[in-house]
Design a binder for this molecule. Sequence first.
Ligand code: RP5
Length: 162
Amino acid sequence: MSTVLVAIMMGSESDVPIMSESARLLKDFGVSCEMRVLSAHRTPKETVEYVEDVSRKGTKVFICGAGGSAALAGVVSAHTHVPVIGVPIDSMGLGGLDSLLSTVQMPPGVPVAGVAIGKPGARNAALLAIRILALSDKLLEKKLQDYRHAQAEKILKTKVDF
Ligand code: RP5
């Protein structure tokens, strides 16, 4: 079985529609990933077991989405040396501001790279993971350049009728 380069974790099944954005983008770039629902609060033991297991097997980046009192990314970072990117989920009463603060306000010594709330954050989390992997993968670096070029072309070609 091939190594899962990026492990995408989320605290609940209700996070799947948002975190699927990360998986879709990684798939487009040909980066192997898997999605797992595991919660820092509801399944603490299984969460740690999974993180230790895939870290040992060679996973290079974790992307963790969680909402509310979002502890998942921080707990994952506490159990691995692999880079962890936290996606604050906008599913709760405070519009995701609670998730954002819980994700990024980590104590010094246990880093989490925080991205934007919701789907834009899930997409950027994938792109950040790809950038990390591209540091040692020339083909991936080329794909990133092509992606950015296509993105710019799309904007420059936009005609606005009024
Ligand atoms: C968090 O609580 C999850 O990440 C989710 O965003 C939020 C709500 O979970 P559910 O009540 O939808 O399971 O742990």
